[in-house]
Ligand binder design. Structure first.
Ligand code: RTP
Ligand code: MG
Length: 141
């Protein structure tokens, strides 16, 4: 069993797509072990995406992620990190609509920046991201 962090980003939350996105993960067989609604401060968003600090889109990403509430969850399942990345589709929502039309980003994202969801991309990133957002008390066993 593996755990991964998913965030419904401000664009998808604003659209009212949170329920559909959660439902999709449940129907794909994942178990929710933690869940919450909050809004990132600038410092928190910078820290969460620190791996991208030198990328040209870092500032835009932090602005986007702090622009409204998000819903974060920890999903558990076999091969969860890889499978969730597959279900969300490519980073660019327009590309997602071409190559993975049933992916979450194809269905709910707009473009490369506003792409509806975040998901951990490796065991290392999940190990950084899960405790960044959730304390042990907020996760079920
Ligand atoms: P995420 O971390 O949010 O799950 O997305 P990802 O792995 O598919 O993509 P990543 O390369 O990690 O980029 C993180 C987020 O930064 C925004 N981005 N904007 N304008 C741009 O060129 C650009 N490139 C990336 C997106 O919101 C992306 O999800
Ligand atoms: Mg990423």
């Amino acid at each position: 069993m593996e755990r991964t962090l998913v965030i419904v980003k401000p664009d998808a939350f604003e659209k009212g797509a949170t329920g559909k996105i959660i439902d999709r993960f449940l129907s794909e067989g994942f178990r929710i072990v933690a869940l919450k609604l909050f809004r990132f401060t600038t410092e928190q968003a910078k820290g969460f995406y620190i791996v991208h600090k030198d990328r040209p889109f870092y500032r835009e990403l932090v602005e986007f992620m702090t622009s409204g509430p998000v819903v974060a969850m920890v999903l558990e399942g076999e091969d969860a990190i890889r499978r969730v990345r597959e279900i969300i589709g490519p980073t660019d929502s327009e590309e997602a609509r071409r190559v993975a039309p049933n992916s979450i980003r194809a269905l709910f994202g707009t473009d490369k920046g506003k792409n509806a969801v975040h998901a951990s991309d490796s065991v290392e990133s999940a190990q950084y991201e899960i405790p960044f957002i959730f304390s042990r008390l907020e996760m079920v066993e």
